[in-house]
Design a protein around this ligand. Structure first.
Ligand code: COA
Length: 335
C-alpha cells in the first residue's frame, strides 16, 4: 500500500525551440553518420535555441504553461527552483530572471546544479517544502541551452544534446483522488557520487580554470565527457533508484502505468526498464526527436504525455535520471 502523498503536481508545461538540427545536419559538421547516432543513442534530431534566446526565456515559456494548467497566477508562487547547468550567466541565478519575466512576487528563486538529475533534485526539494506546509505552490523547472556549451567539433558529445525546458507546479496534495488512488508525490530519492566528478564536466570558466584565451582555444569552456564511464554508472544507478522508489512505496513494477525516464540514451533506458520488468509499451520516449535535454528531459516528456492524454489522472509514473556529478535520483508520482 503506497504512503499518502503530501504534495501533488498541479500543472505541467514545456517549451521546445522550433529549429531542428537533424543527424544529417551533423554529418555536415563532424565525422559522424545518422546510422551511428541512431544505433548508439536512439537520437535522430534535436532542437536548437535561436540566437538571442536565453535559458530563462525557455524556462519562462514552460513555466507559463504549467501555471496555466494549474490554474494559478505567477503571484501565487511561493518559490521558484530552476535546475540547469546552462544558466543565463553565472550570477545571478536563472531563477531570478524567470521570476522577473513571469511577474511573480518576491518569492525565493534559486538554481540547482545537478545536471541531468536537476529536475528530480528540484522535485524532491519542492516536495520537502510543500510537505512541511512551509510553502504552498512551488515552481520546479528543468531547462538547458546546451547548444551554447557543446563543442560542435567533438563528435563524441555534440550529437547527444538538445535545448528545451519543462516545468511543473507542485502544491498540496489534499483530498484529490483518481481511480481510487491519492494523487501526489509518493517518493523522491536523490544521490551524488563525487568520485566520478570529472567524467562529465565543463572544466573551464570557474575558479579552478578561469576563462582566458588559452581556455577558449583548448575548448575547456565546453562539455567534456567520458561517455563509457557515464553509460556504465547510468545503467547501474538508474536501476537502483527506480527499484528503491518502488520498494519504498510498495508499488509493484506491474502497477507502474508509465516510466518517464531521463532521455540520455535509448540503450540505457532499455537496459534499466527490462531489468525492472516493466513492459516496453509503458516506457515514454521522445529521445528520437529532442535528444538529451539534461534537466529538462523528464518534465518535457511528462508534459507532452499529460497533454496528449496518454498519462491520465491516477496513473503511477516512475521517473529516474542521472547526470554529471554523478548525481542521480528516482521518483514515483501519482498524477
Ligand atoms: N559518430 C561516429 N563515431 C563516433 C561518434 C560519432 N558521433 N562518437 C564517437 N565515435 C567513435 C569513437 O571515436 C570510437 O571510435 P574508435 O573505436 O575508432 O576509437 C567509437 O565510436 C566507439 O566510441 P565509444 O565512446 O566507445 O562509443 P559508445 O558505444 O560508448 O557510445 C556514447 C558513445 C557517448 C553514445 C555512449 O558512451 C553514451 O551514451 N554514454 C552515456 C553518455 C550520456 O548519457 N551522457 C549524458 C549523461 S546524462
Amino acid at each position: 500500500m503506497a504512503a499518502t502523498p503530501q504534495s501533488r503536481i498541479l500543472g505541467t508545461g514545456h517549451y521546445l525551440p522550433d529549429v531542428i538540427r537533424s543527424n544529417f545536419d551533423l554529418e555536415k559538421m563532424v565525422d559522424t553518420t545518422d546510422a551511428w547516432i541512431v544505433e548508439r543513442t536512439g537520437i535522430r534530431e534535436r532542437r536548437i535555441a535561436p540566437e538571442g534566446m536565453v535559458t530563462s526565456d525557455m524556462a519562462t515559456a514552460a513555466a507559463k504553461r504549467a501555471l496555466e494548467a494549474a490554474e494559478l497566477q505567477a503571484s501565487d508562487l511561493d518559490m521558484i527552483l530552476v535546475g540547469t547547468v546552462t544558466p543565463d550567466m553565472p550570477m545571478p541565478a536563472t531563477a531570478v530572471y524567470v521570476q522577473q519575466k513571469l511577474g511573480a512576487g518576491h518569492c525565493p528563486a534559486m538554481d540547482l546544479s545537478a545536471a541531468c538529475a536537476g529536475f528530480i533534485f528540484g522535485l524532491s526539494i519542492a516536495d520537502q517544502f510543500v510537505k512541511t506546509g512551509a510553502m504552498k505552490n512551488v515552481l520546479v523547472v528543468g531547462v538547458e541551452l546546451l547548444s551554447r556549451v557543446v563543442n560542435w567539433e567533438d563528435r563524441g558529445t555534440c550529437v547527444l544534446f538538445g535545448d528545451g525546458a519543462g516545468a511543473v507546479i507542485l502544491g498540496p496534495a489534499g483530498g484529490a483522488t483518481a481511480r481510487g488512488r491519492a494523487r501526489g508525490v509518493l517518493s523522491t530519492r536523490i544521490h551524488t557520487d563525487g568520485a566520478l566528478a570529472r567524467s562529465l564536466m565543463i572544466p573551464g570558466g570557474g575558479s579552478e580554470t578561469p576563462t582566458n584565451a588559452d581556455v577558449v582555444e583548448k575548448r575547456l569552456h565546453k562539455v567534456h565527457m567520458r561517455g563509457q564511464d557515464i553509460f556504465k554508472v547510468a545503467v547501474k544507478n538508474l536501476y537502483s533508484a527506480s527499484k528503491d522508489a518502488l520498494e519504498e512505496t510498495g508499488v509493484s513494477a506491474s502497477e507502474v502505468d508509465w516510466v518517464c525516464p531521463h532521455q540520455a540514451n535509448l540503450r540505457i533506458i532499455d537496459n534499466v526498464v527490462s531489468r525492472l520488468g516493466v513492459p516496453e509499451e509503458k516506457v515514454l520516449l521522445n529521445i528520437e526527436k529532442v535528444g538529451n535535454t539534461s534537466s529538462a528531459s523528464i518534465p518535457i516528456l511528462l508534459d507532452d504525455n499529460v497533454r496528449s492524454g496518454k498519462i491520465k489522472a491516477g496513473d503511477h509514473v516512475l521517473m529516474c535520471a542521472l547526470g554529471a556529478g554523478v548525481s542521480w535520483g528516482g521518483a514515483l508520482v501519482t498524477i
